[in-house]
Design a binder for this molecule. Sequence first.
Ligand code: AMP
Ligand code: ZN
Length: 113
Amino acid sequence: MEDCLFCKIVKGEVPSDKVYEDEYVLAFKDIHPVAPVHVLVIPKVHIKDYNELNEENIKYIDRVQLAIKEVAKVCGVDKEGYRVICNTGENGGQVVHHIHFHLIGGKKLGSKI
Ligand code: AMP
Ligand code: ZN
């Protein structure tokens, strides 16, 4: 996707503060953190949102879920705990339309919503 910000980050056309990378997944610090640890974990392939998931591309989300575990370790929040959020669509508050998982932690988090 040529106009997708996160595809540009994957390609290195837009800079990011990377915390983890493997063949399928990239994780980088959110530019507007809401907690001491706030990392976005994304598949390298462009998938817009949950509504686009299917039998073929779900394997990339599997990789993202496993990577989240590693990112939590790298960021030192695996033992204390953290929250994973995936905003979807307008009511979900999704602003960047490349599926991504917010890993948030480093402090006691408040309300679930
Ligand atoms: P969402 O509202 O779930 O679509 O989240 C998009 C997130 O991307 C927001 O938390 C933004 O702060 C973050 N964001 C936007 N641009 C960048 C960027 N260039 N680098 C890192 N994070 C970004
Ligand atoms: Zn994209």
